[in-house]
Write a protein of this length. Structure first.
Length: 293
């Protein structure tokens, strides 16, 4: 059916990305910590734009998180929700729309080439942000969405995003350069949160402690993983600060390899440099655990 020109014009005017009136404040809600860090760096000190984080910075990945009444209030009071997407925020869709039918939802991971999920989250691995190169793409997606919503602030958003993307590109090059000298590229991680980073820098993840976060492996799965570590001569088992170290330490001890800590930046400081600070610490940990030539 052909849409009449007058009706089409109305549809375009009412489309989400033209909803915020010029000069009006823009209320940005980020789903969890890494999205907040990216959004804060794009917004900077742009006038009339606020960034709030929905999940507490101590909570970690949303995974199967259910919205609380407080979350519903935040959504109702916001203009745009910055999310990772790829199934990370299971509450996207009907629950958010019930709280605020007009809110703009930006799934920043849609700009990233997806990896197949291993073990959970459906068909796509949602942990895209744990890769500086992916982070650049997600920052650009935020810049585009916010510029469409607040055109008067678009030049500031572009400047801020350019500066932040430049810092993230420097970080990505540091990973590339250091990884090119790793002696051993085989590792075990706690769950599949580092798969995109591994793809970027050429690491081989031979196994995960937990296929599904919060679901401990069986004794048989533990034995199989220990056998895999020995057979592949993997260098190290990595734990995460968001989960107990016990299982990773047990597997590492039985396999005869060290256990170290990698942080996916899903909890911690909300400072604007937090992502870079944590990822540089991760790079140092990788270099120490894998050795460099």
């Amino acid at each position: 059916m052909k849409i009449p020109a007058a009706l089409l014009a109305t549809v375009l005017v009412l489309s989400p990305f033209s909803r915020v009136a010029q000069g009006a404040d823009l209320r940005v809600l980020a789903s969890f910590l890494p999205m907040a860090l990216f959004a804060q760096n794009v917004v900077g000190d742009a006038p009339g734009v606020t960034v709030e984080t929905m999940l507490p910075a101590s909570l970690g990945c949303p995974h199967d998180y259910s919205l609380s009444p407080g979350d519903m209030r935040k959504i109702a009071e916001s203009d745009v929700l910055i999310a990772n997407g790829f199934g990370m925020e299971a509450f996207l869709g009907a629950p958010v729309r019930r709280a605020n039918p007009k809110i703009v939802i930006v799934e920043t991971a849609s700009s990233v080439a997806p990896l197949r999920a291993e073990g959970h989250h459906g068909d796509v691995n949602p942990h895209t942000w744990v890769s500086p190169r992916n982070a650049i793409l997600q920052v650009r997606a935020i810049e585009k969405a916010l510029s469409d919503l607040s055109p008067e602030n678009a030049p500031a958003f572009r400047r801020n995003a350019d500066a932040y993307a430049g810092r993230l590109e420097t970080l990505a090059r540091e990973f590339d350069e250091t990884a090119s000298r790793f002696r051993n590229r085989k590792i075990v991680t706690f769950h599949n949160v580092f798969d995109y980073l591994a793809r970027d820098v050429g690491l081989t993840i031979v196994g995960w402690i937990e296929e599904t976060p919060g679901q401990e492996p069986s004794a048989g799965e533990m034995r199989n993983l220990i056998r895999t570590i020995r057979e592949t001569k993997a260098a190290v088992v990595f734990a995460e600060p968001q989960y107990p170290r016990r299982l990773a330490a047990m597997v590492a001890r039985e396999a005869g390899v060290p256990v170290r800590m990698l942080d996916p930046v899903s909890t911690g400081s909300a400072s604007r440099t937090a992502y870079e600070d944590v990822m540089r610490k991760n790079l140092q940990t990788l270099a120490e655990a894998l050795g460099t030539r």
